[in-house]
Write a protein that binds this ligand. Structure first.
Ligand code: KIV
Length: 272
């Protein structure tokens, strides 16, 4: 049973920080299109992430690297049109902010101007500090993203848990503190040990949103296709499936095919 209590006020970056302060967990889910974003928003989600995971689940790419700024803007526009309440976060895609801070600002401005989203998300720590600062200076709120950062998959070589070793954990803690200090309003912590994620969350006053980072984070995010059971082949330990849409859709589509073939559809009431 859902424990969601209705509150129709628009969710802002400030409200997420207040939620952390009063110990209220933050719910975030990805969406990439109008229809699903509408359902998710009307269900009471706090934040909707137009993730560059669209590259995988919408476009069928193996990694998030190929998705372009124009494609992210298209997904962002579709989602923003549907959403009345949730905070809408749009990912800056690979190659649109790592070059230099001017390029990063131009990319973030295009996302904000052309989609109407509330903020952007960027992967990385000290390496992209200057770019984040420049975007923040323009008045654009930034959500950070540390731990397993899929845009760096070619450097990591694997989607395994990050920051298990002391040196990487130490850098992650330093990066998290730095993101808070320069003015990020929140950060995603992806696939890191739960103990480390709890420690980081406790040391910050901005909220952490975990994916595969345990229950000590201030909120949780999942990829919509994974949690609804559309991705049969993807079963990481952190994923909880809330539906089996693959089976439901397969049954519905098979029934439709069978009704068309047998001449049962359309019947007299389904025609003019
Ligand atoms: O792109 C995405 O969906 C993400 C989440 C996995 C946090 O960045």
């Amino acid at each position: 049973m859902s424990t969601y209590k209705e509150d129709n006020r628009k969710v802002t970056t400030h409200r997420l920080i207040e939620m952390k302060a009063r110990g209220e967990k933050i719910s975030m889910l990805t969406a990439y299109d109008y229809s699903m974003a509408k359902v998710i928003d009307e269900s009471g989600m706090d934040a909707i992430l137009v993730g560059d995971s669209a590259s995988n689940v919408m476009a069928g790419n193996i990694t998030t690297l190929p998705i372009t700024l124009d494609q992210m803007i298209y997904h962002g526009q579709s989602v923003v049109k549907a959403v009345k309440r949730a905070l809408v976060v749009v990912d800056l895609p690979f190659g649109t902010y790592q070059g230099n801070s001017k390029q990063a600002l131009a990319s973030a401005i295009r996302i904000m101007k052309e989609t109407g989203a509330d903020c952007v998300k960027m992967e990385g720590g000290s390496e992209i500090k200057e770019s984040i600062q420049r975007i923040l200076c323009a008045g654009i709120p930034v959500m950070g993203h540390l731990g397993l950062t899929p845009q760096s998959i070619n450097k990591f070589g694997t989607y395994a848990v990050r920051a298990k070793e002391e040196a990487e954990a130490k850098k992650l803690v330093e990066d998290a503190l730095m993101l808070e200090e320069i003015g990020c309003f929140s950060m995603v912590l992806e696939k890191i040990p739960a103990e480390l994620a709890s420690r980081v969350s406790e040391s910050l006053s901005i909220p952490t949103i975990g994916i595969g980072a345990g229950n000590g984070c201030d909120g949780q995010v999942l990829v919509m296709h994974d949690m609804l059971g559309l991705n049969k082949g993807f079963s990481p330990r952190f994923l909880r499936r809330y539906a089996d849409l693959h089976s439901i859709i397969t049954d519905a589509v098979k029934n439709y095919i069978s009704d068309v073939k047998s001449g049962d559809f359309p019947n007299e009431k389904e025609q003019y």
